[in-house]
Each structure stands twice: as structure tokens, then as C-alpha cells.
Write a protein of this length. Structure first.
Length: 391
């Protein structure tokens, strides 16, 4: 019988030189594309693609403006971006409108000094120095807080998820900062030696920063203390802000931003580092801390007059861009990677390094700009608003 021998497999055929060359070029192109996306992310118009998909069904003019809609408001107040909607808040309460003018809710309140704060799809409105606070989420009223006399609300801010913080006066203390998860208080920072002024949660909600002022010898000193929300008896880090009255407190890009009358202080949310930017004796004429990892400051040599410099500063206290402005700035706004400057001539959108991104000339009657992270903006007039969608 003839012995059967296994047939050895045919040797694998190597890819041709052309195929290998094409594969190499494709890999190289993908690698260079990824590098370019990182290096030139401020110049690439990814937001433009996103805007096209989100707003392609919305009717708009050739200049990118949607149809105006009327809103109801009375007394002092302002406007905030909440998700894709516009929150209008005033002494008479709060209303939420869609980009097309649909009113989702109307909450009638009586507020002497209304203040609002927003995070994602949630926002809160409260009466500074009063006893009323409302939290809104998913286009509806989520929680109501009405404190007793002697327990007035000093400040409140939204946090991640359903978390938020509020600073109140309390008997026996110079302020109490309470962290809520939804409608439930989960921790509180009580101080009897220093006046608590403000508090804000970190991006993760694991840390709460508490702003306080106290007297050191003959001068007042502002301090930012960082507490663990789960173990919040004592601060794990403390930073002196000097004799600098803090006007606003925000979080962005892994840092807390404390903006004062004479300097901007930036503190890492883990307490590992801090930085500052001094105004160099210039007057702070306007500001917005809504940018992603940067602050927008309008500084001038003189308190009055239209001449000013727009400066953007990153989390290390370094200047990203500077722009001299001679025309009166009617409103300054920042969100995402954009800065919006409204003048009588129109609206100019800049990137974080103050390169021109888009311009809009037809802004007659616009008094406020509510800029959003994707570069769109609500243009708000005396009683109407409309959405602007850049190309």
C-alpha cells in the first residue's frame, strides 16, 4: 500500500509592494490627522459640523439667525443658557424658552435680588439676601427651598448631576455651606470664625470649595478652602487670596476660578497647585468665566471711556490672547472655546486665543449675548430673543 504523505501548505503570499505602500500611507494619514486634530483643534470647525446636524431643520436667515420670539420678564434679572434652552429670570420669577420660542415653564416668584446659576440641563434661581430658592431640571421645577427669617440665602450654585450648594446665615455661625444631592442635604461646612460668602462643587462633585473672608491683623483676607464632600469636617487644602474682594467663583477645566477686583486666582480642584493673574493696576470693566479652561477679562486704564483690552487667561495664569478695543463693549460672553464681544457695530466671535472666528453685523436692538458651548448664541433684546447659528 502506498503511504500517504501530508501535503505541506502553500507558502503565504506576501502582499505586494503597492499594497504595503498604500497601507503605510493610510496609517500615516490617520496618525497625522490625529496629531493635527490635537494641535489645531481651535482652528478646526468640528463645532460647525455639530451645529449643522443639530440645527439643520431650524429655519434661519442667510446670516444664520433664527426667527425672533417674544419673552416675558419684568424688573431686574438676566439670561442663562440651560441645555439648549434660554432661561429668563427676574424679580418676577423664571421662564424657560426653547430656541424656537416654546415656553416650557413659567414660575412666578417675588425676588428682590434675583441671581441664577446653571450647569448642563439644570439651573437654580434664588433671592440673594432673601429666603427663596428654586431648582429646575429637565425643563421643570425640581426642588423648592424656602428658608425662615434669620436664615437668609447668601449664594447658591449648581453642581454635577443633581448636586448643588447653598450658603446661608445660621444662628451661632458666620455662615453655613450645605451640599445637596437632589432634595437631600448630604454635608455642611459650618464656620464661626470667618464669614462664608460662596461655595461651589468640583466637576466630579467630590470636592466643595468654600470662599470666606476674615480679618488678619488690620486687613481683610479672602480664603478658598477645599473640603471633601464625603469627609468634610476639615479642609484638605487652603489658599489665601489676599486682600482681594472676590466677585465671582467658577469651576472649569479641573480648576476653581476666583475672580477679584485686582487679580484672578486659579486653584486646582485637587488642591495640588494654584496660579494667579494680576490686572497690573488696570480696572476690571467686564468679565466672563464661562470659557472652557480660560477666563475672559476686559481691562482698562480708566474706569470710564470705551478704550479697553480684552485678555484671555488659562489655568496656569498665562495670557492666551490680548486684543485692544476702542469701541464701547455692550456685552461680553464666553462659553466652550469661544468669546463673544457685542458692540454697536455687531457681534464678533473669537477663539480662546482671540483669533476672529465669526462676525455678525445685523445686531440692531440686541442688548445681551448668551453664548453657548457649540458657538451658537441667543441674541436678546428688550423683549425678544433669537438664536444665532454661525456657519
Amino acid at each position: 500500500m502506498e503511504e500517504l504523505k501530508p501535503v505541506p501548505p502553500a507558502p503565504k503570499k506576501k502582499p505586494s509592494l503597492l499594497v504595503r505602500l498604500l497601507a503605510f500611507l493610510l496609517t500615516l494619514a490617520l496618525l497625522l490627522g490625529a496629531v493635527a486634530a490635537v494641535v489645531y483643534r481651535d482652528r478646526l470647525n468640528f463645532d460647525g459640523i455639530r451645529r449643522w446636524f443639530l440645527y439643520r431643520s431650524l429655519e434661519k436667515s442667510d446670516s444664520g439667525q433664527a426667527e425672533s420670539f417674544r419673552y416675558e420678564s419684568s424688573g431686574r434679572g438676566g439670561f442663562s443658557s440651560v441645555g439648549s434652552d434660554l432661561l429668563v429670570w427676574s424679580t418676577a420669577g423664571a421662564r424657560l424658552y426653547s430656541a424656537g420660542g416654546v415656553e416650557y415653564f413659567s414660575d412666578a416668584l417675588s425676588l428682590n435680588a434675583p441671581v441664577a446659576d446653571a450647569w448642563g440641563d439644570a439651573a437654580l434661581v434664588y433671592d440673594a439676601g432673601g429666603n427663596t430658592l428654586r431648582v429646575y431640571q429637565d425643563r421643570a421645577l425640581f426642588f423648592s427651598l424656602d428658608t425662615e427669617q434669620g436664615h437668609e440665602i447668601l449664594s447658591a450654585r449648581m453642581g454635577p448631576g443633581e448636586m448643588w450648594t447653598v450658603v446661608t446665615r445660621e444662628t451661632g455661625y458666620k455662615g453655613v455651606a450645605t451640599v445637596y444631592d437632589g432634595s437631600t442635604p448630604i454635608t455642611a461646612v459650618q464656620r464661626s470664625s470667618r464669614f462664608l460668602m460662596d461655595s461651589i462643587l468640583s466637576d466630579s462633585g467630590e470636592t466643595v470649595a468654600v470662599l470666606s473672608i476674615g480679618q488678619t491683623e488690620t486687613t481683610f483676607e479672602s480664603t478658598l478652602d477645599l473640603y471633601s464632600v464625603s469627609e468634610g469636617d476639615e479642609p484638605f487644602a487652603s489658599f489665601s487670596l489676599g486682600n482681594n474682594a472676590v466677585l465671582d467663583l467658577r469651576r472649569s477645566g479641573g480648576s476653581f476660578w476666583a475672580l477679584g477686583e485686582s487679580a484672578l486666582n486659579i486653584v486646582a480642584q485637587d488642591g495640588a497647585s494654584s496660579a494667579s493673574y494680576s490686572y497690573g493696576g488696570q480696572y476690571l470693566k467686564d468679565f466672563d468665566l464661562g470659557g472652557d479652561g480660560f477666563a475672559s477679562l476686559l481691562l482698562g486704564k480708566y474706569r470710564a471711556g470705551s478704550s479697553a483690552s480684552l485678555v484671555t487667561v488659562d489655568a496656569s495664569g498665562e495670557v492666551l490672547g490680548t486684543l485692544d478695543l476702542e469701541e464701547q463693549v455692550l456685552d461680553l460672553a464666553a462659553a466652550g472655546r469661544y468669546v463673544g464681544v457685542l458692540t454697536a457695530s455687531g457681534l464678533t466671535l473669537y477663539t480662546r486665543d482671540l483669533e476672529v472666528y465669526q462676525t455678525l453685523e445685523n445686531t440692531v436692538g440686541v442688548q445681551n449675548v448668551v453664548l453657548r458651548e457649540d458657538g451658537t448664541a441667543f441674541l436678546v433684546g428688550n423683549d425678544t430673543a433669537r438664536l444665532y447659528i454661525p456657519d
